[in-house]
Design a protein around this ligand. Sequence first.
Ligand SMILES: [Zn+2]
Length: 175
Amino acid sequence: MPITPDTKDWTWVLERACPECGFDATAVHIGDVGGFVRSNAGIWAEVLEREDVRQRPDDSTWSPLEYACHVRDVHGLFAQRLVLTMTQDGPTFPDWNQDEAAVEGRYGEQDPRQVSRDLTDAAFATAEAFDAVPDEAADRIGYRGDGAEFTIESLGRYYVHDIVHHAWDVTHAQD
Ligand SMILES: [Zn+2]
C-alpha cells in the first residue's frame, strides 16, 4: 500500500511547541540553527546502522531508511531556500512534492551507508550556510508556493523542527 501524501501545513510549529515531538521551535534563534542541524545528523548516522532500517512499522509509515532519505533531501531543500532568500528580494520557492520525491528517488532501495554519508554532508553544508547568515539578514523574506511567508529565521526554525520531528518519528516507537 502506498504512503498517503502528507499535505498537512506545519507552519503552526513556528508559534508553539509541537505536541508530538515536544520540540519548541519558537526558542530557536538564527545563530542556533547550525548547531541543531549538526547534532541531529549524528542521530541519523546511528539510525542508519539499525538492522530494521528498511522495515516499515506499518503500510502507511516510512521505514527509517525512507525517513533518512527524506531528511537528506530536506537539508538540500532548505539550503536552496536559504540561498534564494539571501540573494533575491521576496522570492517564491519552487514547489517540492516530498511524496513524489520518495517514489522517484526510490528511497526504499537506497544503500544505508551511502545515505548516511550523503545526509551528513548535506547537513553540515546547510548548517554552515545558516551559520554564515549575518544577524541583519535574519528577517529577509521568502514565500512558499502556497503563499506562506518565511523570514530566514523562521525558515531555520521550520527546518530544525522538521528534522527533529523525523528523528522522533523513527526513535520514539522504541522507547
Ligand atoms: Zn514535532
